[in-house]
Design a protein around this ligand. Sequence first.
Ligand code: ZN
Length: 66
Amino acid sequence: MPCQPTPRVSLRLWKTMKKSELPQKTCPVCKRPFLWRKKWKKDWDNVRYCSEKCRRQRSSHIGDDE
Ligand SMILES: [Zn+2]
């Protein structure tokens, strides 16, 4: 048999590496960092909020900036 790393270890390592490679932004509403998601693939540059909830919260406070 060929010498291979155990699947469990390599998968864990892969996931860790993969996660750290993802772009990250901070939501201006809840101030929490959020990671890139697949659904934002085409629109990442325009994504500012971690969720629809935060996006709506923000848009209801337009003009309230600082
Ligand atoms: Zn948020």
